[in-house]
Write a protein of this length. Structure first.
Length: 204
């Protein structure tokens, strides 16, 4: 590497003022360490962000050259868990992490497909569908991804079910009663249902 003796003899500001070159955008004289003047830089950056212009330097993506699978995998692994820039100490609740997982999405799609994307209560097809666990998600972890433990409801029917029976100790008997009744007003309240179950000796 060649050392610039002349630069070493000058203060930094004085050297920059004496060594200038033309901006590649407009030709204005600028510091030799820069490529664009301030005005051209702002315009070019805006065009890059808008996808209009990429400037004189092109990346692999600009050239249409994809990265290898090995490279993508390496980058992915480098950002997982505590290695990620947005890691906050593992504060995401376990239930939320499970519901955002690939396994949950596959279970959800399988339940919808089996029920022909139709709400099993009102029989309306494809209207903001929700997958419902017949036996509680929290109380039966071993059945979270069991397709026969899921049923398809639309948003309205799903909310009405939980409004009636709550979100704890849900079971197949509740589903059967809920599907058999004609109107939501016919639904027994959660308290009435539990009292009836306790009299019959059934545990939810």
């Amino acid at each position: 590497m060649q050392i610039d003796i002349e630069r070493l003899k000058m203060p930094s500001k004085e050297w920059r003022n004496n060594h200038k070159k033309a901006c590649i955008g407009c030709g204005k004289l600028i510091h030799s360490i820069s490529t664009w003047c301030a005005k051209c830089s702002a315009v070019t950056t805006g065009k890059r962000r808008a996808g209009i212009e990429r400037g004189p330097y092109k990346t692999r993506v600009d050239k249409g050259i994809p990265h290898s699978k090995e490279w993508n995998k390496k980058v992915s692994e480098s950002q997982k868990g505590s290695k990620g820039y947005n890691w906050k100490g593992g504060i995401t609740p376990q239930n939320k992490a499970i519901r955002n997982s690939i396994d949950f999405r596959l279970w959800r799609e399988a339940v919808f497909a089996r029920d022909n994307y139709t709400c099993q209560k009102c029989l309306e097809r494809g209207n903001n569908l929700h997958p419902h666990h017949i036996k509680n998600f929290a109380d039966y972890p071993e059945l979270r991804f069991a397709i026969d433990n899921g049923i398809t409801f639309c948003e309205k029917c799903h909310l009405e079910f939980h409004k009636t029976y709550g979100r704890e100790n849900n079971n197949e008997r509740q589903i059967k009663i809920f599907l058999d009744i004609t109107h939501f007003s016919d639904c027994p309240s959660a308290d009435t249902f539990r009292k009836t179950e306790s009299k019959n000796g059934n545990k939810n």
